[in-house]
Design a protein around this ligand. Structure first.
Ligand code: NOJ
Length: 400
C-alpha cells in the first residue's frame, strides 16, 4: 500500500460541522427537548446542557481555527430565533450574528444551516411540516434570519437531511415500530412533498436576502449497494429515500453529501452487515469508502455541473486511531473523486465535538472531546492530524 497526496483545489472548504441542538444545551423551546422529557418517547438520555456551546462557541471556533480548519458549519436554532409565531428574538439574532462575525474574525468561513432536525414546539403543535401554511411559516423564519446571514456568509443550507425528516415521519405514522434491522423505514410522502416545497421557498428567501449567497441542502446518503441481480430492487428502494431529494436540489448552487456507512441490498431488500463486520458505536458497519460512493451517486443523479460539498462524514468511536484510519480511507476517496473530475468543493467532518447524538451521548463522533462536567475541550490526535491537512492543503491518497 502506498500513500500519495492530492492538492486541494483553490477555495476548497476544509472544516468540521455541528448542529445547534446537539451542542448548545438547554434548547428548551424545541420539539426535541419536549420529546427528551416525555417518558413515552423512550429517549435514552436528554440533551440538557449538551456541550454548552451556546456560551462556549468562541472556544470551539478558537480551537478549530488553531487546528488548521478554514470552514465551520453550524446551525441556527429556529426555536430560539422565533420563540412564538411571528415574534423574532432580537437577542438571539444578535447572538448568531456574533457567531458569524466571530468565525470570520478567526479565519473560519461560516456555513450556516437554517434547520437541523429541531423545530419550535409551537410549530410541532400546529402539525409540523405537513400542516397548512407550514411552508410559509418556514419561509418567514428564513426571512427573519436575514440579519444573521446577509453579510459574510458564503454558504447556507436550508434544511439538513430532509430525507431523514421524511423517514422519521414515516416511522411515526407507522406507529413508531422502530427502525428495521437494516435499511430505513419508508419515508412519509406528504412530508417529502412538504420539505421539498419548504426548501424551494427557503432558497428564494435566501436569494432575496443576498443573491451572492450559495444556497443548497444536505442529503443523507446510505450508499445502497446492489448485490448481483438486485440492481432494480436497490434503485426502487433508494429512489424515495434519497434520489427524490437529490433531484429536488436542481436549481440550487450546491448540494451537501453526508455519508457514514453502506447498506447492501439483495433480492429481499436491505441486508444487515455480516456478524463479523467491524461496527462503530452507532452499530453501523465500518466503511470509510462510503463517501466516495455517495459523491459519485449524487453526481450521477444531479449531473456533473452541480458543486458537491461533503457536509458531514465521520465515525462514532472511542478509539481515535480508528477515526484517523476512517478519515484516511474517506479522504482517499475524495481525492480519487477529484482526480476523476468530480465537482467536489469541500469536505467538512462530522463532528467538531463529541455531542448529543439524538438520544444519547455515547456515540462519540467528535474530533474534540468535551468533559461533561467542566465542559473542557480537548482536541483528539485525529483533530490535530485532520486540521494539519488544512494547512498543507493536501489530501492523503492511499493506493494499493
Ligand atoms: C447526520 C445528522 O445530520 C447529524 O445530526 C448526526 O449527528 C449525524 N448524521 C450522525 O448520525
Amino acid at each position: 500500500m502506498t500513500q500519495t497526496t492530492t492538492r486541494f483545489p483553490d477555495g476548497f472548504l476544509w472544516g468540521a460541522s455541528t448542529a445547534a441542538h446537539q451542542i448548545e444545551g438547554n434548547n428548551v423551546n424545541s420539539d426535541w427537548w419536549r420529546k427528551e422529557h416525555d417518558p413515552a418517547a423512550r429517549i435514552q438520555e436528554p440533551s440538557l446542557d449538551a456541550c454548552d456551546s451556546y456560551h462556549r462557541w468562541e472556544q470551539d471556533m478558537d480551537l478549530l481555527a488553531r487546528l488548521g480548519f478554514t470552514d465551520y458549519r453550524f446551525s441556527v436554532e429556529w426555536a430560539r430565533i422565533e420563540p412564538v409565531p411571528g415574534t423574532f428574538s432580537r437577542a438571539e439574532i444578535a447572538h448568531y450574528r456574533r457567531m458569524v462575525e466571530g468565525a470570520q474574525a478567526r479565519g473560519l468561513r461560516p456555513m450556516v444551516t437554517l434547520h437541523h432536525f429541531t423545530v419550535p414546539r409551537w410549530f410541532e403543535d400546529l402539525g409540523g411540516w405537513t400542516a397548512d401554511g407550514a411552508v410559509e411559516l418556514f419561509a418567514r423564519y428564513v426571512e427573519g434570519c436575514a440579519p444573521v446571514i446577509a453579510e459574510g456568509v458564503r454558504h447556507v443550507c436550508t434544511i439538513n437531511e430532509p430525507n431523514m425528516i421524511a423517514v422519521m415521519a414515516g416511522a411515526a405514522r407507522a406507529g413508531d415500530q422502530g427502525f428495521p434491522p437494516a435499511g430505513l423505514p419508508t419515508p412519509d410522502e406528504e412530508t417529502t412533498h412538504a420539505v421539498i416545497a419548504a426548501h424551494r421557498a427557503a432558497v428564494e428567501a435566501v436569494r432575496a436576502i443576498n443573491s451572492d449567497i450559495q444556497v443548497g441542502w444536505t442529503i443523507a446518503n446510505q450508499v445502497y449497494q446492489a448485490l448481483p441481480g438486485a440492481d432494480e430492487i436497490a434503485a426502487a428502494y433508494r429512489h424515495p429515500r434519497e434520489d427524490v431529494f437529490i433531484e429536488a436540489a436542481r436549481g440550487d448552487d450546491w448540494i451537501g453529501v453526508q455519508s457514514y456507512t453502506r447498506t447492501e441490498i439483495g433480492a429481499e431488500g436491505p441486508i444487515p452487515a455480516p456478524p463479523d463486520a467491524e461496527r462503530t458505536l452507532t452499530q453501523w458497519e465500518y466503511y470509510p469508502a462510503a463517501v466516495g460512493h455517495a459523491l459519485r451517486h449524487t453526481a450521477e443523479v444531479i449531473g456533473p455541473d452541480m458543486p458537491l460539498i461533503v457536509t458531514e462524514n465521520g465515525i462514532a468511536t472511542d478509539d481515535d486511531t480508528r477515526r484517523v484510519d476512517y478519515y484516511t480511507g474517506a479522504l482517499s476517496e475524495v481525492a480519487s473523486a477529484l482526480e476523476d473530475g468530480l465537482n467536489v468543493h469541500g469536505y467538512l467532518a462530522w463532528s467538531a465535538l463529541d455531542n448529543y447524538e439524538w438520544g444519547s451521548y455515547k456515540p462519540t463522533f467528535g474530533l474534540i472531546a468535551v468533559d461533561p462536567v467542566t465542559f473542557e475541550r480537548t482536541a483528539k490526535p485525529s483533530a490535530v492530524w485532520l486540521g494539519g491537512l488544512g494547512r498543507s492543503r493536501r489530501l492523503p491518497r492511499v493506493t494499493e
